[in-house]
Design a protein around this ligand. Structure first.
Ligand SMILES: NC(=O)c1ccc[n+]([C@@H]2O[C@H](COP(=O)([O-])OP(=O)(O)OC[C@H]3O[C@@H](n4cnc5c(N)ncnc54)[C@H](O)[C@@H]3O)[C@@H](O)[C@H]2O)c1
Length: 285
């Protein structure tokens, strides 16, 4: 699995619900050291002030650096400060929900489109470029994506950015392979986080998963399954895997059409109970 005492940089911590946090926890469980990055000091303060999921001791134990991935100098300085690292996770995305997500894909908010692309896709190349000299004896870079081969309603420009991100993963894997650096992405099913809650009608996606996923999919608990796959892709058991999009989505992406009622892993009542526990209101069929 991950290298014992090796340093892993997990970029994109917002709060204890972030996928970044679940991945960091898993890496530590396997004996790795973790540095999280938070976009800026203000967001760290909000996390520390408002999050009641972690104790004061747990918060104090987190090693946190600041890095806005749209600021090249911050990315460069981050890796210079950290020295040798074994792996980097890019768990970052943003698109203005008012213009880039919603009912209508057309928008003339071109600056918002550029910003979404910069943060959600192009920044992976910046991160990889500045991480490279510090990934001694090879290492792994991992991004987080969402099924981009299908068009989901409301996901609009984020879907486009995820398709571009996946293409970038392949391009980086090709370029860095000779330096023994691997680049992969996990395509996760819908998980309840701050970013997800910003997607209009997010519960629609959760409902789609209920109809399409042959394995039961839990929007809260399955962050751990994503984190398990991340530890595998960052570690030494996946040394010949690069440029791949690994689907940790309960199998939803391989199903044609809706599952038949007898193929559905959850009964209707159980799904609603699960959704309620996770703070989700499921939209009607
Ligand atoms: N939640 C889901 O359903 C789901 C499913 C598949 C993939 N993903 C992907 O997982 C990744 C993590 O998202 P999450 O769901 O954990 O949500 P999250 O809101 O916890 O994390 C998103 C992070 O992106 C950071 N970010 C935004 N702009 C930034 C910038 N300029 N510089 C640095 N950081 C910036 C935010 O501060 C936040 O920490 C994203 O790439 C997301 O698209 C999420």
């Amino acid at each position: 699995m991950v290298q014992k005492d090796g340093l892993y940089v997990i970029m994109g911590l917002l709060d204890a619900d972030s996928i970044a946090y679940a991945i960091g926890q898993e890496i530590q469980r396997w004996g790795g050291q973790v540095v999280y990055t938070v976009q800026n000091e203000r967001l760290k303060r909000i996390f520390f002030d408002r999050s009641d999921k972690l104790t004061a001791e747990e918060k104090a134990a987190l090693r946190i650096e600041f890095c806005d991935v749209t600021k090249e100098v911050e990315v460069r300085d981050l890796f210079e400060r950290l020295g040798p690292v074994c792996g980097v996770v890019h768990s970052i995305a943003f698109a203005n929900p008012k213009t880039c997500l919603g009912e209508n894909i057309f928008t003339n908010a071109v600056d918002d489109l550029k910003n979404a692309f910069h943060i959600s896709c192009a920044s992976l190349a910046t991160v990889a470029h500045y991480a490279l000299p510090h990934l001694k004896n090879g290492g792994a870079i991992l991004a987080l994506t969402f099924e981009s081969r299908k068009a989901f309603p409301f996901y609009n420009w984020m879907g486009v950015n995820k398709a571009a991100l996946e293409a970038l993963v392949r391009a980086l894997a090709r370029q860095y392979g000779h330096q023994l650096v691997r680049v992969n992405a996990i395509s996760a099913g819908p998980l309840l986080t701050k970013a997800a809650k910003a997607i209009p009608h997010y519960s629609h996606l959760a409902r789609v998963w209920r109809k399409m996923s042959p394995l039961p999919w839990d929007v809260m608990e399955d962050k751990t399954e994503v984190a398990n796959a991340a530890a595998f892709l960052l570690g030494n058991l996946s040394k010949k895997i690069t440029g791949q999009i690994i689907y940790v989505d309960g199998g939803a992406s391989i199903v044609g059409g809706d599952l038949l009622p007898q193929e559905r892993p959850h009964g209707e009542e159980e799904v609603h109970a699960l959704a309620e526990q996770s703070g989700l209101t499921l939209s009607p069929e």
